[in-house]
Design a binder for this molecule. Structure first.
Ligand code: BV8
Length: 230
């Protein structure tokens, strides 16, 4: 009975029509990271940042989970060992694809956060800078997103799961952003078998034992079927 930890990135949602970050036409080609994905950027121009996430919330709402999301939910449902899904993605396609044991380590578009009292509530489709917090009434609503320089969520729980992993898989992530890109090194250190599932090798591709190259809607169902066959 093997325990599995899976890390996903923007590539698993690409075939659902959601833009990735580092493709030529990707999100970071259209916006400066410093302006839309840092606390400093939010401080400088909260309207720009809130609008950036409003647009992404709308595109996620009009997208559907694809065969890769559904295959990971099947793995969680049918595999006899533990399956933990850690996503860097802020869309809700894993949930809508049926995954339950899931950590959004970089936050979620559907959640709002109070910058004053840390209260969280379901985000409206259109958030405005200065929206009042339902708990403390401060005009301090912000997207519940982990920006650069902020601590990703549930890191202890993630490292605890990696410490018990027999298999670590990274799917659709370019391996540019830390600490997520460092998970494979930790998995390898404790002796897990590591596999990278991507269109092409990532920045940390050389650290994986195995690779499955191709579009996630083909490679992920194949990989899940292989795991479930035992
Ligand atoms: C932190 C917000 C510290 C949400 C994002 C070393 C250690 C620790 C930190 C650092 C370090 N070195 C540098 C840092 C700082 C920084 C960092 O990593 N910088 C990088 C750029 C060098 N890290 C941080 O700031 C992190 N915080 O470390 O805090 C700390 C310590 C104490 C106290 C306080 C703080 C925070 C990182 C989170 C930042 N937030 N986004 C949002 O807007 O969405 S990052 C952003 O990039 C997204 O979250 C995204 O998920 C993430 C990674 O991108 P990918 O998902 O990989 O997407 P990408 O487009 O890059 O790649 C897509 C891949 O899919 C490609 O490989 C492609 O081939 C593949 N693909 C495409 N289509 C398909 C496909 N694969 C299969 N099928 C397809 N069809």
């Amino acid at each position: 009975m093997s325990n599995i930890v899976i890390l996903t990135g923007a590539g698993i949602s690409a075939e659902s029509g959601i833009e990735t970050f580092r493709a030529e036409t990707g999100l970071w080609a259209q916006h400066r990271v410093e302006d839309v994905a840092t606390p400093e950027g939010f401080g400088r121009n909260p309207d720009l940042v809130v609008d950036f996430y409003n647009a992404r919330r709308a595109s996620a709402a009009s997208a559907d989970p694809n065969a890769a999301h559904v295959a990971l939910a099947r793995l969680e449902a049918e595999h006899t060992g533990d399956v933990l899904l850690v996503t860097q993605n802020v869309d809700d396609l894993h949930e809508r694809g049926g995954s339950q044991n899931l950590i959004h380590m970089h936050g979620a578009l559907n959640s709002a956060l109070c910058a004053v009292c840390d209260h969280r509530w379901p985000a409206p489709m259109v958030m405005a800078a200065g929206d009042p917090c339902p708990a403390c009434a401060a005009p301090a609503a912000r997207p519940d997103i982990v920006w650069f320089g902020e601590m990703p969520y549930q890191m202890e729980r993630i490292f605890e799961a990696i410490s018990r992993a027999d298999i670590f898989a990274a799917i659709g992530t370019s391996g540019n952003v830390y600490p997520a890109a460092g998970f494979v090194a930790e998995a390898a250190r404790i002796g897990a078998q590591t596999i990278e599932i991507n269109l092409e090798p990532s920045a940390v591709g050389s650290q994986f034992d195995d690779a499955l190259l191709g579009p996630a809607t083909q490679t992920v169902p194949d990989w899940v079927a292989q795991i479930l066959k035992g």
